[in-house]
Design a protein around this ligand. Structure first.
Ligand code: ADP
Ligand code: ZN
Ligand code: ZN
Length: 819
């Protein structure tokens, strides 16, 4: 019977597509295997088989055959299909979107353009020089990639020349699939034909000395005569240990005594031998009680919120829970925000769990991620995966526990592109599918999680003591509005902060200075006319990078040279405005020339190693003062920090978003948590112009519950989460007038169904990105309303918009539970 497959393509298409399976693969293709298919105009994609069946599509639908089958066994497990389906449904996107986010690139084949020479081509007039040069190159090798031609010809903007040659039919373009992931292999050796002991002894008597020595070494390394399956032996290793030459080795291969084969090997970091691992720290009384409460709560509920102050030992509790889950033979997924995946937590886990721990980080080379994926499919999968957001997509055989550390972090939400999923919420759903439990941990719970815990949906366990009774730091507010007026500020620093820094340095203690990233990008401004450089593609001013002498757009990444004079008034005095971390670093170096200063922000941590170096230097006391953005607040433990300075709390408070107060509290509490040493209370200098702001008081009193209570009443009043579910509708278009018209039309359509739950369209704070204008509509749906129905309506309305001739060039998407 003819077989067919329904496949998921890596494209934002609402349906799966059916292909026919050629006879040769009919017995082998299974759901979860990858196949290569052609789709659209001669484009090839790697697709995932959703199901295999014998139902020929309806007449009139032309069924194509799959081009090739890539896997002998599935790379996607049945549970993952269910999970993908949930994400696509809940976040109003397609399975193709999920597919693109879920798999590392190495598992998704790339189409690479290959150009081919047309041997029948004859020019009737001489060709332009560039084109002739390309043809000459193709004459030597008839089929080459555009990338290679570009390199060899040295021609810039090569595509136009290729275009011209195509138009003359001098060349063809051929789409070819290239496997980006090549497993690393090693040459290994074994004995041909598995000779018995007697046969071996015959060999020992007849072989020349050097060959004999090598053979003996092999027998020793493999344990061949020890009984059981011989160990695998690498050729390189054997030659090294026997101190033999390849010629001797080849002699044995020629005599058909040795046989070589290729074995795929991991590129992952060498595994820690289990012998190196250390026992767990015993929990103290408070921690032990929390541990028991968590276990008890798991008896009744799927999710538990662990609210523990900074440095209370939450991580130690996680380690004990992991240990217990492993004892039950189950797997653990431990999620961390991107930036918190520093050296500290991986090292702490590795010390205890050794090679049972796998780490999945977006800054790792793709090949490593492919290896982890493949390993999780096999028998020797990692028992614990420590990873970022996207590790929820990894295959698990038997998940028993999910830990979401720093659960309040908004970086768990993917912004762009789709799927715009929240990894914490997705992880809870994933865990439930496996019958596993989820632990959410943080010192500053998100209001949503807190509310779920208070209402009894989640368990709630609190840990209010810091480990070893180190006191929480003292938070000292400083009114910088007043100080500015009295001209007593030195740049960004109040006299009190300067004094504390000085004292800390004298005592050989460390200092962390925190500057919020938002709203404080350094800019350049014309002193004469106030002109500020802006991005050509986006509705934002450019950020000035002094070290590079460059202006950068943080939205589209475009860079510009700093102009010599103002394009508006020709003035030559372009001055640095704003108080970015770079400026603070400069000022600190002037104030404390003896101190060693480091800066941690997006620019100084482009690579993982740069990031790790900054942290290691600080940990080892090589740095006295660390200046940083949000990054310095993320779960780092430093033993010698006695002073933390929050340079300007107002930028946190003034951001136009319903979550800005909650976030301001969380950030300030987390940053403050970095201060404090054994036997000495840490000090936090909180500089603000809004000294009477309730959030400032709550931070000083470390009054988390007070903050939640006041925020909840506002949220209820203004119909925000956790009482209402938010869905943002984003509309984008190049033509601003057309966009306005479309947004109004969409708003009306939504209102006919959702009534006054619809707000807008409005202009978002950044109303143009990458040459596209943006409009936003907000939909607020009651928390207890049936969501499936709302989703259906939303999808239908979107479909109607796109089917309208006038709006078909519109870009429109939903962001469910926006952050
Ligand atoms: P949290 O995750 O709540 O911020 P950590 O688990 O990082 O707290 O603990 C803070 C510090 O105290 C760490 O350096 C940790 O090693 C240490 N610590 C906490 N609990 C224990 C324990 N029971 N035994 C030994 N060290 C501990
Ligand atoms: Zn000017
Ligand atoms: Zn831009």
């Amino acid at each position: 019977m003819k077989r067919y497959v329904d496949v998921i393509l890596p494209l934002p298409l609402p349906n799966s597509f059916t292909y026919a399976v050629p006879e040769e693969w009919a017995g082998e293709v299974k759901p979860g295997c990858r196949v290569v298919v052609s789709f659209g105009r001669k484009k090839y994609y790697t697709a995932i088989v959703g199901n295999v069946h014998g139902n020929a599509p309806a007449a009139g639908y032309e069924v194509k055959e799959i081009v090739s089958l890539l896997d002998a066994s599935p790379i996607l497990l049945p549970m993952q299909f269910r999970f993908w389906q949930w994400i696509a449904d809940y976040y109003l996107c397609t399975q193709g979107d999920v597919y693109k986010a879920a798999l590392p690139s190495g598992l998704k084949l790339e189409s690479e353009t290959i150009v081919e020479y047309n041997p029948d081509f004859e020019a009737d007039t001489p060709l332009p020089e560039r084109e002739q040069r390309l043809l000459d190159l193709l004459a030597t090798d008839a089929s080459q990639s555009v990338t290679r031609l570009e390199k060899e010809s040295g021609i810039k903007n090569i595509l136009s020349a290729i275009n011209a040659l195509l138009a003359r039919e001098a060349i063809f373009v051929k789409e070819e699939l290239k496997r980006t992931y090549k497993p690393k292999t090693e040459t290994r050796v074994r004995l041909a034909g598995t000779p018995g002991e007697r046969a071996l002894h015959v060999l020992f008597d007849t072989l020349p000395e050097k060959q004999l020595a090598l053979l003996m070494k092999y027998v020793e390394c493999s344990g061949y005569l020890a009984g059981g399956t011989p160990k695998e032996v690498s050729k390189a290793e054997l030659l090294r240990r026997a101190d033999a030459t390849p010629a001797v080795f080849n002699g044995l291969v020629k005599k058909r005594i040795f046989e070589v084969y290729q074995q795929e090997i991991g590129r992952l970091r060498p595994d820690t031998e289990p012998a190196d691992t250390q026992p767990l720290h015993p929990l103290n009384t408070f921690q032990q009680r929390a541990y028991e409460e968590i276990v008890e709560s798991f008896g009744q509920k799927n999710v538990c919120l662990l609210h523990g102050v900074t440095s209370s030992g939450k991580t130690e509790i996680y380690i004990h829970l992991i240990q217990e889950t492993l004892r039950q033979g189950k797997q653990v997924l431990y999620l961390l925000p991107e930036i918190a995946l520093t050296t500290q937590i991986p090292e702490r886990l590795r010390r205890v769990f050794g090679s049972r721990l796998g780490i999945y980080h977006s800054k790792f080379p793709d090949a490593e991620r492919v290896e982890i994926w493949n390993r999780q499919l096999g028998e020797h999968s990692y028992d614990i995966i420590l990873g970022v957001r996207s590790s929820v997509f990894l295959p698990f055989h038997d998940l028993g526990l999910v830990i979401v550390d720093e659960e309040h972090e908004n970086t768990y939400k993917q912004q762009d592109p789709a799927p715009r999923y929240h990894a914490r919420n997705a992880a809870i759903v994933l865990a439930a599918m496996y019958g596993a439990k989820t632990l959410l941990g943080t010192a500053t719970p998100s209001i949503e999680s807190w509310q779920n815990a208070v209402e009894g949906k989640y368990g709630l366990v609190q840990l209010k003591e810091r480990y070893q009774e180190i006191q929480l730091p003292e938070v000292i507010p400083v009114d910088i509005k007043e100080l500015h007026r009295k001209k007593r500020m030195v740049g960004q620093f109040s006299p009190l902060l300067i004094q504390y820094i000085k004292e800390a340095l004298e005592q050989k203690e460390q200092v962390i200075l925190f500057q919020n990233r938002r709203g404080f990008a350094p800019m350049v401004e014309c002193r004469t006319c106030g002109w500020v450089p802006r991005c050509q593609n986006c509705d934002v001013s450019l950020t000035y990078h002094k070290a590079l002498g460059q202006l950068t757009c943080h939205y589209c990444g475009y860079t510009y040279q700093l102009p010599r004079k103002c394009p508006a008034c020709e003035g030559t005095e372009l001055v640095n405005r704003g108080f970015g971390t770079e400026k603070i670093e400069d000022d600190i170096k002037v104030l404390f020339p003896e101190a060693s200063v480091a800066r941690m922000d997006l620019d100084t941590t482009r690579t993982r190693s740069a990031y790790e170096r900054i942290i290691a230097d600080f940990e080892q006391g090589k740095t006295d003062i660390l200046i940083g953005t949000q990054m310095v607040s993320k779960g780092l433990d430093f033993d010698h920090v006695s002073v933390v300075g929050i340079l300007n709390a107002d930028t946190l408070l003034n951001y136009p978003d319903f979550r800005s107060y909650e976030r301001a509290f969380q950030l300030m509490a987390q940053v403050s948590g970095r201060a404090g040493r054994k036997n000495k209370r840490g000090r936090v200098v909180l500089q603000t112009k809004s000294i009477d702001h309730p959030i400032i008081h709550q931070v000083i009193a470390n009054d988390y519950e007070g903050m939640v209570a006041s925020q909840l009443s506002e949220r209820q009043l203004f119909h925000y989460p956790p009482y209402y579910r938010l869905i943002y509708v984003y509309l984008k278009h190049r033509d601003e007038a057309l966009l306005d018209q479309m947004a109004t039309a969409m708003g009306e359509k939504l209102r006919t169904v959702f009534g006054d739950r619809v707000l807008g369209p409005d202009k978002p704070p950044v109303a143009r990105v990458q040459t596209l204008f943006i409009k936003k509509i907000m939909v607020k749906i009651e928390q207890n309303a049936p969501l499936a129905h709302a989703r259906e309506l939303l999808l239908r309305i979107r479909q109607e918009m796109l089917e309208d001739e006038r709006y078909k060039s519109l870009l429109v998407y939903y962001d469910v539970d926006p952050m």
